[in-house]
Structure formats: C-alpha cells, structure tokens
Design a protein around this ligand. Structure first.
Ligand SMILES: [Zn+2]
Length: 455
C-alpha cells in the first residue's frame, strides 16, 4: 500500500481543514471560562470545529465537558489512540510575516500559530485514519483521535479526559519530532532560598521562566566604572558573551548577555546567570556569586553538585533558570530533567548538602517520567513507518527532556512526529510554519503506522 499516493489525494481538503482550525485563536483565556468551556472561548471553538469535522465525515464523536474530545474511526474492542492538542501558545503582536491567525498558504508553506503545534499534526493523523477507513482496509481495532484543549498550560484536559474515558491500548502523540521518542525525563524543580549579607553585591536578577536558559542577567555592585571596565571587557572576549556596564551614584550595574535555549537542552545556550556569577566571583567576594560559580560553572549536568547521571534516557540536565537576590535575600530556581533510572534520593541529599553551609532551605517537586522499551512493538512499528517513507536509516529513536501528552498515559503512549530532523518549524515562535511536502509525508507515515497497529 502506498499511503503517500493516498495522502496526495486528500491534500486540498486537509489544507482547507488546517486553515479553518488554525484561524481560531485557541489561546487559554480564563476570562471567558465557564461550564463546558473550562479554558475559554477560543479553545471551545476549536474543539467544536474538530468535532464538526468528525461529524461531517460520518464518524462518532464525543465532547468530554469541553476539556477534550474524540473521534472514533473503525470498529473493534481494542483502541489505538492518537493524542493531539487544539490549544496554542499566545502570539507576539509584532514580528509575523503574515497575521498569526490567518494561516496563509504561500509557496507550499502554511504560516500561522498552530500549523505545526499541534493542529496540523493532529489533522494529519485524523486524515491518516480516514484514509485507512475510506480504503476499507481490513482492521481489527478502532482508531480514536483524541484532542485536548490545555496541553500548553499543564494538560488538565487529559487528566479530566482519562478520568472519564478508558486508556487506549497504545497511542502516539504527534506533538514532537520524528523518528520517535521512547522516553521523556522526569521534570523536577528546586527553589532554593535564604538570607545572606548585602555587602558588595546589591542585587542579582535574571530569568522569567525556569524552563528557559536565561539570556540576560543583571547585577548591581558597589564601586565605580573603572573598577570593572577592563576585567569585564576581557571576560566578555574570553567567553564569547555580551554585556555592558553603567555607573550611577557609586554603584555599577552589570548586564551580561548569554544565549537563550530550552531548559531541556541547556548545552545549546549560554546561561547568563552562571556567566555573570563567574565574572562577579573574579572581582568581588560574595556568597551568592560564589555559590553559583562553585556549583554550576561550565556544567549543565549536575556534575559539580555531585549527582551526574547518564542512563537509558541519556544525561540529566540542570538549568539555573531564575535568580532573585536583593536586600539580603536570595531565591534561586533550578529546572532539572532527570532520567527515570537515576537515584532521586541522591539528588536530594546532594542539594541539601550544597545549601546547608549557606543556611538556605529548599522546596522541590519531582515530575512524572515516561519510558517505553525501545525494542517494544510500539516503538519498532512507529520507527519502521518513518523509515519506509523517508528512507532515513540514520535517525534512531530518541529520548527528550521535554514533556508531552504521552505522560498522560501509563507508559503506553509516545511522541511521534511531526517535525522532521533538521527541519524546524518555529514552534512557539513568530512565523510558525508547516511545509506542505512534510505534511503529506506525515500523513503517509501516520497511515502506515496506524494501519500496522490496527490490522
Ligand atoms: Zn504542542
């Protein structure tokens, strides 16, 4: 069966449906939340739109209290699921080539919020299931396309959905990348706080969100410009970072500019907090900068803290996401992505040991993880479907530090597409795109995978 050929036959219809769905600004909006639309009006409209597609095509649909819904395709007691999401992240007012909710098609590329994350991929999987159905291929199981409305803000939708509906036997979520992701690390957070003297360092601030490697950090120190200008220039040169100094009333404001990245891939960034602490530690003596420099310099993997781990899911990562030091009080927030087979007690002991001499305290949370045997039938089936239509034998199943809907199921769901290796789609950024060629390839891969799972 050549599903690529079948995908091309539905190309126009699929693009039209993606445009209809992406023109709904389904951003979380508590102001319009009410019974039946817990995430606001936009999400409710997107859910109605998706349910209407299913009804139009003659399938059974279900609305689960406005949190999520599903479309059932085919017959069978056992169910293979697809978990997509219809909510999108907010947009910047500036910086878009085409209006973010216009879903403009230009030169074989769809531009708009939600095209790749995650409305386009959700519809690609829906059309894949529809192709299998319309071809009347022999199947033993039902395909259930499940769609939620709160993936971007904590996945309360799936929690509610699975409190009412059974888990599918197996599922995938088209909300990450190909080839296939068999493990998602546990997302852990630590908030360290306490008092320390104000001497020499008046403030040290950086970071808005703990899950981002901070690009900019700022400190205010006592002194004058000439105390710092030569050493700061030399430091910037040596470490390839940016920044500036500004003097006012016997105080100098030091701004350091590194490079932002997602907290799950900290090696792609340059953490401005850590670099600024390193610089400060060269020119002043203060417990806050010393602590950060001691435990985080050149190290995004908890080596200096003493609990480095590299397991079946790869390395632990550690991001110093936020610092807020002022008036003798400090708060430091860490975002850790932990392989499931590491020793979590050891992590706790090491962090407590590091902060004890400072007299600081910590609060933490340990998030869920996902791990499916990379040799399992689910992973090999999905991977082979990818290889069949891409001929890409190089890209192997991966793990990641980010989290998807896959964690909503008990290790029976994995992330599968629809971003292709080396072909980013500006997800969560301005000018999010979906390339039509890749969309068609995605439909073929999903149809191949679903057919193997239900036949
Ligand atoms: Zn997504």
């Amino acid at each position: 069966m050549d599903f690529k050929e079948e995908a091309l036959k539905v190309k126009e219809d699929l693009i039209a449906d993606i445009q209809t769905l992406c023109r709904i600004p389904s951003v979380l909006d508590p102001a319009t939340a009410k019974e039946g639309q817990p995430f606001g009006q936009g999400c409710r409209e997107a859910l109605d739109c998706m349910l209407a597609f299913g009804r139009r095509d003659g399938f059974e649909v279900k609305d689960v209290d406005g949190y999520a819904g599903h479309i059932d395709i085919g017959e069978g007691d056992e169910v293979i699921g697809v978990l997509g999401h219809l909510d999108v992240v907010p947009v910047n007012a500036e910086g878009w080539i085409y209006p973010p909710f216009s879903c403009t098609l230009k030169d074989n590329i769809l531009y708009g919020r939600g095209t790749s994350d995650d409305k386009g991929p959700t519809l690609a999987a829906y059309y894949a299931a529809k192709i299998i159905h319309d071809l009347k291929l022999p199947t033993k199981k039902k395909i259930r396309i499940i769609f939620g409305c709160d993936e971007e803000s904590g996945s309360r939708c799936m929690k509610h959905y699975f409190s009412k509906e059974p888990y599918p036997q197996w599922a995938f979520t088209p909300d990450a990348g190909f080839p296939v992701c068999y493990g998602e690390k546990s997302g852990c957070g630590y908030t360290i706080s306490g008092d320390c003297p104000e001497e020499g360092l008046l403030s040290f601030k950086a970071g808005q969100r703990v899950n981002i490697v901070p690009e900019t950090a700022e400190a205010i120190v006592v002194g004058e410009l000439s105390d710092f200008s030569d050493s700061f220039e030399a430091f910037k040169q040596k470490y390839g970072v940016g920044g500036s100094l500004e003097e006012k009333h016997g105080q100098v404001r030091i701004t350091l500019i590194g490079k932002s990245a997602h907290a799950s891939t900290p090696d792609l960034g340059k953490n401005a907090i850590v670099y600024l602490a390193q610089y400060l530690n060269e020119v002043i003596d203060h417990p806050v900068s010393r602590f950060i420099d001691d435990y985080f310099r050149d190290d995004n993997h908890a080596r200096r803290l003493g609990f480095y781990f590299n397991g079946a899911m790869g390395e632990i990562t550690c991001n110093v996401g936020i610092i807020d030091y002022e008036q003798g009080h400090v708060r430091i927030q860490l975002d850790l992505r932990c392989p499931h087979d590491m020793n979590f007690d050891d992590m706790q002991c090491c962090i407590v040991k590091a902060i004890k001499p400072m007299g600081w305290t910590e609060e933490h949370h340990i998030g869920p993880y996902l791990f499916v045997d990379p040799e399992s039938e689910l992973i090999t089936t999905l991977h082979q479907a990818y290889v069949k239509y891409t001929h890409d034998e190089q890209a192997k199943p991966v793990t990641m530090g980010g989290g998807t809907y896959a964690k909503s199921m008990p290790n029976t769901c994995v992330a599968f597409g629809m971003e292709f290796p080396g072909s980013p789609n500006a997800i969560h950024e301005n000018n999010e795109i979906l390339r039509v060629d890749e969309l068609m390839l995605g439909v073929a891969i999903y149809a191949e995978a679903l057919y193997h799972l239900v036949k």
